[in-house]
Design a binder for this molecule. Structure first.
Ligand code: ADP
Ligand code: ZN
Ligand code: MG
Length: 486
């Protein structure tokens, strides 16, 4: 029997706001424990919450970017539970009237990490539907070591969005692609930095298996403690195999919450899953329902960015870069912005894309380390396009410009300092070609015998004789003429 996995994700996203969700404390990662706190986020009795305007607008913006229906009216609810990370014994969340419902995340091809070759050719256009997005407050962070437990309330009360997907994913790769695409959009909208390692994006995975062809879902397990996108993929792979093994041996899956152990690479039972009614949700009496049509929605609409897919299409048409290059460039908004500045004054925009993607990012992988003013790319590319330097020299200038440039010289200054010129004077070129032919009897014979590649050896000789300053294209043409005439 063949089995298929069914996967749904619950993603918590920390919103990038100045202050916390219901008080005026600073919303900032790090800091000494319990230094960003006040009676409200410490959950003291009798305090009153005030909703954070910016957090509401950013949640609506997220809903708009993900094609959700934005509720015109929504309300907050108390989710009751008992744990030291929430001394008031309830979390303010949203239950039956969330801010956003429906919507979808379109899986982005580039999110597929395996088989890099396929990136250029395969077209995947799968939409994973969303159930809802709601807004809540984060809880404190508990730490346990050496028999002692401590609670840090700096995170308590910070704004948190929960994005719940439909169980539309079927493979660990799709879950990986989903998270990658979601993260990209959150960063595009500047609603969160969405760094999983910092806990700004936290993901619980729900997974079940069923015989292929069966419509009814199997019993699901929820996996927690996933600290990276790759942990999501690895844990899913493990858990799917485990469930298939149980089911194919005639056993049944128990609905439970399991913890991922990243070191051991396995999941283990954490607790038997609680149900929503265990939380005894009820409306938060201290907060009025929100009416989003009184300006909140239009504030979010103004913030709507150009989305990744639109940016990709625009970069391809406006700059004439390949579809693949456009995908890579639009994968990060900072990269796309940098490219647009770098290519602005270039005659050949594709050259700039090549320098940035092939010569810089392929080696450095992190754009934030580049300290080069973007217009330098255009300056360098234009020297090459105008034939003032050749491509080998351009590469050398580029290397110096980005990584070994103590004097902070511009490309033109580097070219001058290096004495780079491209010799296009045919008299000089012909002399070098004659010399290379005279010294390269073997290559000449090979070429005459039909080995076209032998031309490259002669070309190399000319480049050497010219100390790299000959125009390689013209050299090739002259050599060919001379060899044919021999
Ligand atoms: P719960 O009440 O246990 O929290 P929900 O219905 O709220 O469950 O769903 C939580 C998440 O689990 C959603 O992302 C949903 O798509 C997913 N999910 C629900 N049922 C299944 C299933 N049988 N297999 C896999 N994922 C599921
Ligand atoms: Zn506070
Ligand atoms: Mg649920």
């Amino acid at each position: 029997m063949e089995y298929e996995a069914v996967i749904g994700l619950e993603v918590h996203v920390q919103l990038k706001t100045n202050t916390k969700m219901f008080c005026g404390c600073i919303n900032k990662y790090g800091g000494l424990p319990n230094t960003h706190v006040c009676p409200i986020c410490l959950g003291m009795p009798g305090v009153m919450p005030t909703p954070n305007h910016d957090a509401v607008v950013k949640t609506i913006l997220t809903g708009l970017m993900l094609e959700c229906n934005i509720a015109t009216r929504c309300k907050f609810d108390r989710k009751n539970y008992f744990y030291p990370d929430m001394p008031k014994n309830y979390q303010i969340s949203q239950y039956d009237e969330p801010l956003c419902e429906g919507g979808a995340v379109t899986l982005n091809l580039l999110a597929y990490p395996k088989d890099a070759q396929k990136l250029e050719t395969t077209v995947v256009d799968k939409k994973v539907r969303l159930v809802r997005i709601h807004l809540e407050e984060d809880v404190a962070k508990s730490q346990h070591d050496e028999g002692q437990s401590g609670v840090d309330f700096n995170r308590a009360g910070t704004p948190l969005m929960e994005i719940v997907s439909e169980a539309d994913m079927r493979t660990p790769e799709e879950a990986f692609a989903y998270l990658t695409a979601l993260k990209q959009i959150l960063i595009y909208g500047n609603v969160s930095d969405a760094d999983m390692e910092k806990g700004q994006l936290r993901c619980d995975v729900n997974v079940s298996v069923r015989p292929k062809g069966q419509e009814k879902f199997g019993t699901k397990c929820e996996i927690k403690n996933l600290n990276s996108i790759s942990a999501v993929r690895r844990s899913l792979k493990y858990e799917i195999d485990r469930q298939i093994e149980v089911v194919s041996e005639g056993g049944t899956i128990r609905q439970e919450t399991r913890r991922w152990n990243d070191v051991k690479g396995e999941t283990a039972v954490m607790r038997i899953k609680e149900q929503a009614h265990d939380y005894r949700y009820f409306p938060e009496p201290d907060l009025l329902p929100l009416n989003t049509s009184l300006g909140l929605r239009s504030e979010a609409e103004v913030l709507m960015p150009e989305l990744p897919s639109a940016k990709k299409a625009r970069l391809a048409t406006q700059y004439g870069v390949s579809e693949y290059q456009a995908s890579v460039l639009s994968s990060e908004v900072a990269l796309a912005d940098y490219f647009e500045k770098a290519a602005e004054a270039a005659k050949d925009k594709g050259l700039v894309a090549n320098f940035l993607l092939n010569d810089y990012l392929a080696i450095n992988s992190d754009l934030s380390t580049i300290a080069v003013p973007a217009p330098w790319f255009s300056e360098l590319a234009n020297e090459l396009t105008a034939g003032k330097i050749n491509s080998k020299q351009a590469k050398e200038v580029f290397g110096l410009m980005v990584s070994d440039n103590p004097g902070n010289l511009t490309p033109l200054e580097i070219i001058k300092a290096k004495g780079f010129v491209q010799v296009t004077d045919t008299g000089a070129l012909e002399a070098w070609c004659d010399q290379a032919i005279a010294n390269g009897a073997r290559s000449v014979a090979d070429y005459k015998a039909g080995k076209v590649a032998a031309l490259n050896a002669l070309k190399g000789q000319v480049m050497k004789l010219s100390k790299g300053q000959a125009n390689p294209q013209t050299v090739g043409e002259i050599l060919e003429q001379k060899l044919k005439a021999l």
